[in-house]
Design a binder for this molecule. Structure first.
Ligand SMILES: Cc1cc2nc3c(=O)[nH]c(=O)nc-3n(C[C@H](O)[C@H](O)[C@H](O)COP(=O)(O)O)c2cc1C
Ligand SMILES: [Fe+2]
Ligand SMILES: [Fe+2]
Length: 405
């Protein structure tokens, strides 16, 4: 029944949209859904690249069956074992018991561990190729982008790269699959959010993977989420290069927590100060309202970061603390920083914020503003000054001449 879309010679898209799931990894909101991409090569032998989340296993299986039209499924190539891609392996095996599953040594271990499958597994090594007829497929190990077993598969015949999660984006595929057949504008921010939250910690691994790809002539990138890239390959590779170097563009993200409005008023003042410096990209996030995945996305984009927090039980406001941990874990680089805080009887927030920036080894404005109870005129002026100083710092590119989206 299904008429699957053709990507290149003999290669068909058999992936699915997930419009049901609210949060990816039970954490990251999916306002526009997410696609789990899978590709079937119809050659002398048939080879499927990735499966999909088991929640969508039924539609996926029917798409594969429609394409095969009674033919055997010979190979399944597993570039990545995270269950949004490996979840339907067991189901496929039930329908195609002779199916040979291909992966590297780490993949094979995980297939045992997650799914109890021990038969008909073929282990490949870095650089190895297999021929399935006309198509010759080469495997490239790209560990820690973003699991240890991650790899990519390159079709030497069509110059199509099956890249796993790399170059992927949140967002369903609303009809078209290839970028040239759609308006891709809605995906750029979602690609950065995907990267910042899922891959963000592994910048150096991404850099190594990109170096491995450099000698390849790539016509099409088939990632496991979002559009298939053909027209925009240069942009997506450049975006990954910039993000994995933690390169940023001019702009300031101000995040704050506030229960009763004192720190919020300080935030408004600081923002006004940043604008005085002539910075045009200023994004203010209330940590209790904005989703952390969106805040992280913006931190990956913009060079300046200002954090404001009340003291709470002798510590930071908990939502601010939680966000700082997310930044620390990802080892984000190339940022300039300023902070401020409020308290009622004994200050602690600003101290923790100062320790945070020391850990991150970022440049920071050489003073902080800490208000006891309500905001008063001298600190009002100091906050304007703080914002302006940070704004001026963020205008100097501290990474490289290139910039992010
Ligand atoms: C649950 C709670 C815990 C607090 N803990 C502290 C504290 O340990 N030390 C302190 O000086 N102030 C503490 N405060 C007071 C706030 O830091 C202070 O009122 C601040 O101005 C609140 O900022 P906001 O209006 O932006 O919420 C606490 C307030 C609340 C509601
Ligand atoms: Fe993944
Ligand atoms: Fe994924």
């Amino acid at each position: 029944m299904f008429q699957n879309q053709q990507i290149a010679k003999d290669i068909f898209y058999v992936g699915v949209n997930d419009r049901q799931k609210h949060k990816f990894e039970n954490m990251l909101p999916l306002p526009n859904g997410v696609s789990y991409n899978s590709y079937l090569i119809m050659d002398k032998k048939t080879a499927l690249i990735e499966t999909v989340d088991i929640a969508m296993g039924d539609v996926f299986l029917r798409k594969v069956q429609s394409q095969l039209q009674g033919r055997k499924l010979d190979f399944l190539i597993v570039n990545h074992m995270e269950p949004d891609h490996s979840g339907s392996i067991g189901l496929l095996r039930k329908y195609y018991p002779e199916l040979i599953i291909i992966g590297n040594i780490k993949t094979i271990g995980m297939i045992h561990g997650f799914y109890g499958i021990t038969e008909n597994l073929k282990e490949i090594t870095d650089g190895e190729t297999i021929s399935i007829g006309e198509h010759k497929l080469q495997f490239m190990l790209t560990p820690m982008v973003h699991w240890p077993e991650t790899m990519m598969t390159y079709d030497l015949t069509t110059s199509v790269l099956f890249s796993g999660d790399a170059f992927g984006s949140f967002g369903n595929l609303d009809g078209a699959v290839l970028d040239e057949a759609m308006n891709v504008d809605k995906y750029w921010d979602e690609m950065v959010r995907y990267y910042a939250n899922i891959v963000g910690k592994y910048g150096s691994a991404v850099q190594k993977a990109l170096q491995k790809l450099t000698p390849l002539e790539i016509e099409i990138i088939c990632s496991t989420h979002g559009p298939v890239w053909k027209e925009h390959i240069t942009e997506v590779v450049d975006l990954y290069d910039q993000m994995s170097r933690y390169n940023t563009t001019e702009g300031v993200v101000i995040i704050y927590g506030s229960m009763y409005g004192n720190t919020e008023l300080m935030t408004e003042t600081v923002a006004q100060g940043v604008a005085r410096a002539g910075v045009k990209n200023i994004i203010v996030h209330n940590v209790s309202k904005s989703d952390p995945s969106v805040i992280l996305r913006d931190i990956f984009k913009y060079r300046g970061l200002i954090v404001g927090s009340p003291t709470y039980s002798n510590e930071l406001y908990p939502e601010v603390e939680s966000l700082l941990r997310k930044i620390e874990i990802r080892g984000i680089k190339n940022h300039v920083f300023a902070c401020f805080g409020s308290y009622a009887w004994g200050t602690a927030a600003v101290k923790r914020l100062t320790t945070f920036v020391e850990t991150m080894k970022w440049q920071s404005v050489d003073f902080t503003v800490d208000e006891k109870q309500g905001l008063k005129p001298d600190n009002y002026v100091a906050l304007l000054d703080l914002g302006q100083k940070l704004g001026e710092l963020t205008k100097i590119d501290i990474s490289s001449p290139q910039h992010c989206v």
